[in-house]
Ligand binder design. Structure first.
Ligand code: GSH
Length: 216
């Protein structure tokens, strides 16, 4: 395989999702770090690569440039099929996408750095108010996510059966973010159990924020 580049930031949960996928599939890559708190993702050089100015962005060996973590993960799953991160059956794939999107579409966007910065700059929110906002929207979806996982016979050691899927990548990365904002995880025993099981795996450990070269 040729040169693969990942634009990333250690604390970025969307980058964390992709780093796990790369590690699980054994794909070596060159990281390019963008310090989000210093606004490095808004510099012209990076905007030329990704006009949205968000991480992650993947530069694949054939020159393909992709943003959007879930699109990247599905692309990687097709390029390097083993181990699979999306189930073989349509129903299973839909369920994994459903669980993934609950986090990726309904929690992450409203709790993203630029939203939290806007709460501060436009509405005068302080640290406590920002953390309260974050916890509100995390809980709004983690409650139903917990219920769905707890009631489904398709939930196993991980979100969908006993093998890791894209949903686990999203779950683990969101739990890491929750930790930074003091989200009480006690109402979510199934999510916590899946998180603990995943964090025993080498790919998840290698991809974890604290184990990145740009970690502070
Ligand atoms: N939907 C995108 C979201 C990407 C995204 O927002 N990434 C965050 C880091 S987790 C970011 O770059 N934030 C910068 C900002 O909010 O200014 C994805 O899944 O990749």
């Amino acid at each position: 395989m040729g040169r693969v580049v990942l634009h990333t930031y250690f604390r970025s949960s969307t980058s964390f999702r992709v780093r796990i996928a790369l590690a699980m599939k054994g794909i070596a890559y060159e990281p390019v770090f963008h310090h989000l708190r210093l606004g490095k993702h808004r510099e012209p050089g990076y905007l030329a690569v990704n006009p949205q100015g968000l991480v992650p962005t993947l530069e694949w060996s054939d020159g393909t440039v992709l943003s959007q973590s879930l699109a990247i993960i599905e692309f990687l799953d097709e390029m390097v099929p083993e181990p699979r991160l999306l189930p073989e059956d349509a129903r299973g794939r839909a369920r994994v996408r459903m669980l993934s999107q609950m986090i990726a579409c309904d929690i992450h966007p409203v709790n993203n750095l630029r939203i939290l910065n806007a709460l501060r700059s436009r509405f005068g929110a302080d640290d406590a108010a920002v953390a309260d906002w974050f916890r509100t929207w995390a809980a709004e979806t983690f409650g139903p996510l917990e219920a769905l996982l707890a009631q489904s016979p398709e939930t196993g050691r991980f979100c969908h059966g006993d093998a890791v899927t894209m949903a686990d990548l999203c779950l683990v990365a969101q739990v890491a973010n929750n930790g930074r904002f003091g989200v009480d995880m006690s109402p979510y025993p199934v999510i916590s159990r899946i998180h603990a099981a995943a964090m025993e795996l080498p790919a998840f450990i290698a991809a974890a924020p604290q184990n990145q070269p740009d970690a502070e």
